[in-house]
Design a protein around this ligand. Structure first.
Ligand code: ZN
Ligand code: ZN
Length: 296
């Protein structure tokens, strides 16, 4: 997987949600209303991902707003866990998963020009047993808002497990919007792209040119390698109560703001033997943001 640092890329930031449902599956809003709600909330794009269906979204893009078609597909799981939930971003034909191995489903998503996201690992109860046999997904949902209904929206340790034992994978925060309020507009991605087109957004997804947030802003992220090959990651962000640098297993560091103060930057010297470093920001209200990892 080749990845870029979006903070050093030209382009603009676009706010989007990669996971949403309409009345075409188990969502509460018709397609037009689902897109309108996100457009009116200030989003630049929305991916419609009804279960086992692909809807025509071509009528819902307009100046400054991009409607992307997709699906949430459910291949059988031969590895002991529950059925997979995989979001396919940018596919145009329905995929009949009944007879297909999950890797054949992901291959079909990619054949159509799409990309696959492993959805809400914590809610699914999925572990490495379920995920290690899978290939060619580009991201997992580090946060899924509708899963907060049972308190299982955060899948940070599943992300770290995969980064440690599986390989490079990006993290996405998504609403998985079904309703009209409780699971809308809470988790999103900020994508850096040269223009607001499906091709540009998909390129940005494939190269990790995005970060995920529930509100906090990451304003800069830098990886510097010194002459003596020491690596340093620095981050700048909106006022934060804590900034955490995470690597595999015991590697990482949490920096907490002194009492009565907030942090807007932090620096971390990456220990040798580190496979990846990613950054988590938490603001005063407990809202988080996640950078994608640097892979070493
Ligand atoms: Zn799901
Ligand atoms: Zn869903």
């Amino acid at each position: 997987m080749s990845n870029v640092n979006p903070f050093k890329q030209p382009g603009q930031w676009y706010r989007g949600n990669t996971h949403s449902h309409s009345t075409e599956s188990d969502g509460r809003l018709p397609i037009a209303d689902r897109f309108a709600a996100y457009r009116e909330a200030g989003y630049d794009f929305l991916v419609l991902t009804d279960h086992r269906k692909v809807n025509d979204t071509s009528n819902y893009s307009e100046d400054g707003f991009l409607a992307i078609s997709g699906s949430e597909v459910h291949p059988n799981n031969p590895y002991g866990g529950d059925t997979y939930h995989i979001v396919a971003i940018n596919i145009h034909e329905r995929i009949n998963c009944a007879e297909l191995h999950p890797n054949a489903v992901i291959a079909e998503i990619k054949r159509q020009g799409g990309e696959a996201v492993l959805c809400h690992p914590y809610w699914c109860g999925h572990t490495l047993l379920d995920y290690l046999p899978l290939r060619d997904y580009f991201a997992l949902e580090v946060y899924n808002d509708t899963c907060m209904g049972i308190g299982k929206g955060f899948s940070e340790s599943a992300w770290d497990d995969l980064l440690d034992r599986g390989g490079p994978v990006f993290g996405i925060a998504a609403d998985d919007a079904h309703g009209t309020e409780h699971d809308c507009f809470h988790g999103w991605v900020m994508v850096k792209a040269p223009e607001l087109t499906t091709d540009a957004i998909m390129d940005a997804f494939r190269t990790g040119a995005f970060y995920s947030t529930l509100g906090p802003e990451i304003t800069d992220l830098t990886l510097v390698e010194d002459a003596d090959q020491k690596k340093r990651v620095t981050v700048q962000c909106s006022p934060a109560q804590s900034i955490v640098f995470k690597g595999q297993r015991s590697r990482g560091r949490r920096i907490v703001a002194p009492e009565g103060e907030l942090l807007t930057e932090a620096e971390y010297e990456v220990p040798s033997g580190t496979k990846y470093t990613r950054v988590e920001i938490t603001d005063e209200a407990g809202k988080k943001a996640w950078s994608n990892p640097f892979f070493f």
